[in-house]
Design a binder for this molecule. Structure first.
Ligand SMILES: [Zn+2]
Length: 243
């Protein structure tokens, strides 16, 4: 049987676990080959005290975050991580085609059946997330290898007002009837938590998010945005169903 392959495209180190970490851990345990593209090194991420000096120098925060992502990826079972070397906070339309070129090259060489990124709201509304979502969509449409493109999303019902101040405007999430695919990951919750904690420089965010995540159902929610050559039946509980 052909190896199942999943390509995950995110903007920053920590997006891979704060977002779809549960699904990634689950699919890697099922033998799916998972590669991750991370558009930036997360240079703008806040750093904890002991990294303060390096952070202020602006020289090594990207190395710290790169290492943290590699650790998290190892815990989640991601086989390969590639940094696309754009600058955190600068994914503007001026570089869309450059970014698309790199994603397209990866799709053509890796040939994943399934591609996953964030929904068009960027989930949190972060502009880098939105850019990555748009450009990944473009890259899927300009290539023929992948059969499904998924957007990770948050259900409206999970809306958490505590996040508002931090994010300015936190997109309200997706109506239940728009969610096509739900991946349960209760058996992988501990792994997700462990991978989250690998992002030591972001420990404030980690603690904040864990407060929400502890209370949420252990389910990742997706919109199957596009598909081809796949027998799709909605709703689904498997990213590879019908392939
Ligand atoms: Zn992010």
């Amino acid at each position: 049987m052909k190896t199942k392959k999943l390509l995950v495209v995110v903007a920053h180190p920590d997006d891979e676990v704060f977002g779809p970490g549960g699904s990634i851990a689950k699919y890697s345990s099922l033998g799916v080959e998972i590669h991750l593209l991370c558009a930036t090194h997360g240079e703008s991420g806040q750093s904890v005290k002991n990294n303060q000096k390096e952070y202020k120098s602006g020289k090594t925060i990207h190395l710290i975050r790169e290492k943290e992502l590699l650790k998290s990826a190892e815990i989640l079972g991601i086989k390969k991580v590639e940094f696309l070397d754009f600058i955190d906070g600068y994914l503007s339309n001026a570089i869309y085609h450059k970014l698309a070129g790199k994603i397209i090259r990866k799709i053509k060489s890796f040939k994943p059946q399934v591609i996953m990124t964030m929904d068009r709201s960027g989930i949190s509304g972060h502009l880098d997330h939105i850019a990555v979502s748009l450009v990944t969509t473009y890259s899927y449409l300009k290539t023929a290898e992948a059969q499904k493109l998924y957007y990770l999303c948050l259900p409206k019902a999970w809306y958490d007002e505590r996040k508002l101040d931090y994010f300015i405007y936190f997109p309200e999430g997706v109506d239940d009837d728009k969610i096509t695919t739900r991946i349960q990951f209760p058996d992988f919750w501990e792994i997700k938590k462990k991978a989250m904690k690998a992002h030591k420089s972001q420990i404030k965010d980690v603690r904040n998010l864990l407060q929400s995540f502890e209370n949420w159902p252990k389910i990742d929610n997706y919109i199957l945005q596009y598909h081809r050559r796949a027998k799709v039946e909605i709703p689904e509980n498997d990213l590879f169903s019908g392939i």
